[in-house]
Design a protein around this ligand. Structure first.
Ligand SMILES: Nc1ncnc2c1ncn2[C@@H]1O[C@H](COP(=O)(O)OP(=O)(O)OP(=O)(O)O)[C@@H](O)[C@H]1O
Length: 358
C-alpha cells in the first residue's frame, strides 16, 4: 500500500491557454495509505483523467505523482504495482472462477498454499465460494464483474486498487449489497482504494473521503457529514443531497442581511463581509415556522410532493425557489399558502464567489 501525492495539472491539448483547456486544473492532493476514496462528479469533470494519472496509464502534462515520497510520474502501472477494476469484466472466460482469482497471484509467483488461502478469503468476501470450480464463461454479467472485483482485491501487496465505475453492469439490488461489501472488505484488507463514480450514494457509502470534482477541479475532499453540513463550494451543495442545497442571493451591509426583498433579523451579529453573498441551507433544515420568526422568510407554496418517507415542499420568495423536506410528523401546507421558512439558523452556510466563507 502507498501514500499517493499528486501535484499536477493535465491538458490533453498542447499549449493550454485558459481553464477550459485543462482536463485537470493545477491541484495538490494526497491519498492516505490505506484510505478508501471516491472521485465523484458529473461526466467530463476529470475523474477518469485523475485515476489514469494515479495508475500510470497517463502522464500528466505538468507536475508529479509520488508514491510514498518516490517520484513515479513516468512509471507504468506494473512498476507502480497498481491493481485496476474497470466498468466491464476483465476475466478469462475459459478459466474457472478460482483460476481467475488466482491469476494475479500466480503471476507474482506466490506459493500455491498461500494462493489457495487468499483465493478462499476473497471468494468468501464476495460470496463466490460456491462457484469457485465453475468456468467463468457460463456466469451472468454481475458474477463476472464480481470476479473482476476479486482479481483487483486479491493481491495483498499492491500500492492501491483503482476502480472505474465498477458497478455499472450490476443490477440495482446487488449493487446496493456490493457497495456495502466493498466497504467491509476495505476495513478487513486495509488496502488503499480509489473509486470513480458519478453516483453520490455509491461514493458516500463506499468511501471514507469523497473527492468532489467539477470542471477539472477537486472542489472538496471530505467525509459524508462534512460534504453535507459544510459544503466548501456551491457545486458541492448542489451536487450532494437529494434535492441539493437551497441557495438564495443575499446582500450584507453593516450587520444587516438583505435577502429576497426582506431585511432578515439574525439572533446574533453575523460575522460576514459586506457585499453580495449567497446563503445556502439544506432542504432538511427548512421547516415551516411561526410568522415573523427571526431569520424566517414568508414563502408561497407552489408544490407539495409525497416522496414516501417525506414530503417535498417547493416554495417561492421574491422569484427565488426554496425546497424543504418535511418529516412525516410535520403539518403539510397546501399550494398557494404562505409559509414562513427559517433560512437563518445554525446549519446555514454563506458563500462568496461560490466558495464557503469561514
Ligand atoms: N483522450 C482524450 N483526449 C482528449 N480529451 C479527453 C480525453 N479523455 C478525456 N478528455 C476530456 O477531458 C475531460 C475530462 O474527461 P474525463 O474522462 O477525465 O472525465 P470523467 O469525469 O471521467 O467523465 P466520465 O464520467 O464521462 O467518464 C473531458 O472534457 C473529456 O472530454
Amino acid at each position: 500500500m502507498a501514500r499517493i501525492t499528486l501535484d499536477l495539472a493535465h491538458a490533453y491539448k498542447a499549449n493550454p491557454q485558459n481553464d477550459s483547456d485543462y482536463a485537470l486544473l493545477p491541484l495538490k492532493m494526497e491519498f492516505a495509505d490505506g484510505g478508501a476514496y471516491a472521485l465523484l462528479g458529473p461526466s467530463g469533470c476529470g475523474k477518469t483523467t485523475m485515476l489514469n494519472i494515479v495508475s500510470g496509464l497517463l502522464v500528466p502534462s505538468r507536475g508529479s505523482v509520488q508514491f510514498d515520497g518516490r517520484d513515479v510520474t513516468r512509471a507504468s502501472p506494473q512498476e507502480r504495482n497498481i491493481a485496476q477494476v474497470f466498468q466491464f469484466p476483465v476475466i478469462y472466460d475459459t478459466m474457472t472462477v478460482a483460476e481467475n482469482l488466482a491469476f494475479p497471484l500466480r503471476n507474482r509467483k506466490m506459493p500455491e498454499s498461500q494462493i489457495r488461502q487468499r483465493v478462499g478469503t476473497i471468494a468468501e468476501m464476495l460470496e463466490l465460494s460456491d462457484q469457485l470450480d465453475q468456468r467463468a464463461a457460463g456466469l451472468a454479467a454481475d458474477a463476472k464483474q464480481k470476479i473482476s472485483l476479486g482479481r483487483g482485491l486479491v493481491r495483498p501487496d499492491v500500492a492501491a486498487v483503482l476502480f472505474d465505475e465498477p458497478l455499472t453492469v450490476i443490477d440495482p439490488h446487488l449493487k446496493w449489497k456490493l457497495r456495502r461489501k466493498l466497504k467491509q472488505i476495505h476495513h478487513e484488507l486495509k488496502l488503499t482504494l480509489i473509486y470513480v463514480t458519478h453516483d453520490q450514494v455509491e461514493a458516500l457509502t463506499f468511501a471514507d473521503e469523497v473527492v468532489v470534482m467539477t470542471r477539472g477541479r477537486a472542489v472538496q475532499v471530505g467525509a459524508a457529514d462534512a460534504l453535507f453540513e459544510r459544503p466548501q463550494h456551491v457545486f458541492v451543495g448542489h451536487f450532494i443531497g437529494s434535492p441539493g442545497m437551497n441557495f438564495l442571493a443575499a446582500q450584507h451591509q453593516d450587520g444587516r442581511l438583505q435577502l429576497a426583498g426582506h431585511a432578515l433579523v439574525a439572533s446574533q451579529r453575523l460575522n460576514l463581509p459586506d457585499g453580495p453573498l449567497q446563503l445556502g441551507v439544506r432542504p432538511e433544515y427548512l421547516a415551516p415556522t411561526a410568522p415573523q420568526t427571526p431569520g424566517a422568510l414568508p414563502c408561497t407554496v407552489v408544490r407539495v410532493q409525497d416522496i414516501g418517507t417525506y414530503f417535498l415542499l417547493t416554495a417561492e420568495v421574491d422569484g427565488q425557489v426554496l425546497r424543504a423536506r418535511l418529516g412525516p410528523e410535520a403539518a403539510v401546507p397546501s399550494v398557494g399558502e404562505t409559509v414562513w421558512l427559517r433560512v437563518l439558523g445554525e446549519h446555514t452556510c454563506f458563500y462568496q464567489n461560490e466558495e464557503l466563507l469561514a
